[in-house]
Write a new protein. Sequence first.
Length: 422
Amino acid sequence: MTSTLKTRLAILGSTGSIGQQTLDVVRRNPERFEVVALTASSQVALLAEQVAEFRPEVVAMRDDTAAQQLRTSISTTTRVVSGDDAAAHCCALDSVDCVVAGIVGSAALEPVITAIRGGKSIALANKECLVAGGDLLRRELSVSSSRIVPVDSEHSSIYQCLAGRGQADVRKIYLTASGGPFWKLSAAEMANVTPEMAVKHPRWAMGAKISVDSATLMNKGLEMIEACWLFDMSPDQVGIFVHPQSLVHGLVEFSDASLIACLFEPDMRMPISYALGELARDGLGARVTQNGVSALDLVTKGKLEFFAPDFERFPALRLCYESMRKGGTHPTVLNAANEVAVLTFLRGELAFNDIVRVVEDVLSRCSVQNADNIETIRESDRWAREEARRIVEGGYRAAGARTGEASKEHNVLPLGNPSNGC
């Protein structure tokens, strides 16, 4: 079966890890996918290269100065837009069928809402928008033709394991964690962790913010919250295994006590290509075989290990479970405070162990509200960021925090704008 009906993509965060790997899948499958829009924050040179190769209709940059530099760097007819609303503008284009949400942080929330309201399909590689506004997104989806397919490797695996099976058959789902670079370290040893150490993930090539979240296991806690919203599960139905080999990405336990697992090489092109294939308009199916991913040879990989996570050494997990149980804007506050704390750590102004302490302090001061409208989410996000900054300035500028090359390289992250919470 063949088809000439291409799926037209808007890729949010095209210069990041997810964006670049998405473009590689598109490059390998030009007969199935077409790039209509790209967005980035400030990486002009790389975005200009992408424009020259893929010739999108529109390119959006958050930074106005960078956008002006891009205009003078490209020779195509591509239109360049800029500002805080630029990504959302791309999501609203009539020519876009599917939005790949690869922006880091809660900055993805409003573009994703725009895509849902426009009936676009969404390949979701951003967990923070569901953490911050899961209830709102679920309400928006209930009155839209839009659908979401997850791109995170764990959630993609759960999605694939659940395919064609009723929710009544599911007892529990399990996400796996590599454990990050420090899962064998004691709390005392982690006190000396530097930004350079934290951004070196043992299995995945990722951006700075998500690498630090992986090191604290906050990332896995946020993924647990994301899984609750994606698969309509309670926190008690979402378990976590530490699996250092990172070959088993997700498991589903069914009512008859059987387990189904999804395994593949630690290569994000696999879940990206699956999501794009699942959402494609060409009817050719979810399995995009030309994705560049090597087949998994279990014989050469050797043993597969699984461990229970340590909630004492990695208190971020405990905070995430508690936050999801409280609900409302509690996860919104958790996510925003964590973004500020991680950025402060990457700048060399906060000790590694104090990242979660700052988040917990902010949570202890918050007032939980219903998170069913964007205004409340924005205000909770804004308050949490301001409170996190105030707490850091007031006593968490720990003597052990050190400035280094990692903090210089990653001192600007695509976090939400404090003025509007997104």
